[in-house]
Write a protein that binds this ligand. Structure first.
Ligand SMILES: [Fe+2]
Length: 294
């Protein structure tokens, strides 16, 4: 499968023996594919059925070395259970409703727990940037795509983030994000394995348009309408794992398909890399070897 240099770094990909990557046969208009869910007129979502990536496709998608090119790499990393413990002690994922979770976030117990996790996550920093810590985002279970446009009151579908609004030819240099699954069940990161520069070319733009003249939604719509068979990659992010992704450079969304409880994730935007994941994996093995020697 073509991935235009975009790869997935997941140093523990095969440790739990569960499937990690799936592919959709393409995309389609959300209002046609999923008419019962409120989507925008031009929203696109993955077309089903999903199939598990073959071993050859998995090999092509996964990179074994931690790339420095964080604008073109998606990472799945394991978060230290110690860093998560104070937040887990709040039992956010056991709250009876989204409102109850958001209420817990306002309690005085939340900030110190958040700080411990945030300080740990900053250890994934690739380079200094103005990190932005978001409050936990809570979604309902069983959603094909999770991003909701509160202004227009519909699900967005596959999209590009524009928090930093970099010019279109510099999107690969935008900050990325690290996003931890705080829930009790697997969630998924969905993306199209083509960077935005190539998406623009294939959508018919000979040079990158001005963001004020052409919104990302128009470019994405042109691209996906021209290439309906472009697969969407779905990567599992289990509880206690995080994804690191250049969401201002790749078409993406989250998914809570298959969940039965609240989908909760905690996100920091900044410039995050993969060195810490490599160091922690190395540390895990040296601890294991030492314990076997004893
Ligand atoms: Fe997004």
């Amino acid at each position: 499968m073509e991935n235009c240099g975009l790869s997935i770094f997941c140093p523990h990909a095969d440790e739990d023996g569960k499937p990690r990557i799936w592919l959709s046969p393409g995309t389609g208009l959300a209002q046609t594919l999923n008419p019962r869910v409120p989507y925008g007129k031009s929203s696109f979502i993955p077309r089903e059925p999903w199939r598990q990536a073959t071993s050859q496709e998995t090999k092509e998608l996964l990179c074994t070395e931690a790339s420095d090119d964080i604008g073109h790499c998606v990472g799945i990393v394991k978060i230290s259970s110690e860093a998560l413990r104070p937040l887990h002690a709040l039992r956010l994922a056991h709250a009876p409703s989204e409102a109850a979770i958001l209420q817990m976030v306002k309690s005085e117990k939340y900030p110190p727990a958040k700080t411990i996790l945030a300080e740990y996550l900053i250890g994934y920093r690739h380079k200094h940037g103005d990190e932005k810590i978001h409050d936990p985002i809570v979604n309902g279970p069983g959603l094909t795509t999770t991003t909701y446009d509160y202004q227009n009151k519909y699900f967005l579908g596959l999209h590009l983030d524009s928090w930093n609004n970099m010019p279109y030819d510099l999107r690969h240099q935008s900050p990325n994000r690290i996003s931890v699954n705080l829930g009790l069940q697997d969630r998924y990161f969905l993306f199209i394995g083509i960077p935005f520069a190539t998406v623009m070319e294939r959508a018919g733009y000979t040079s990158p348009p001005n963001p004020q003249d052409v919104p990302t939604t128009d470019i994405i719509k042109s691209f996906l309408a021209r290439f309906p068979d472009q697969p969407v990659v779905k990567v599992r992010v289990s509880p206690g794992e995080a994804y690191i992704a250049p969401t201002e450079n790749i078409i993406h969304d989250g998914s809570s398909e298959g969940q039965t409880g609240p989908d909760i994730h905690f996100t920091i935007r900044g410039y995050f890399g993969f060195t810490r994941a490599v160091e922690e994996k190395r540390g895990f093995f040296s601890k294991l070897v030492n314990s076997l020697r004893r």
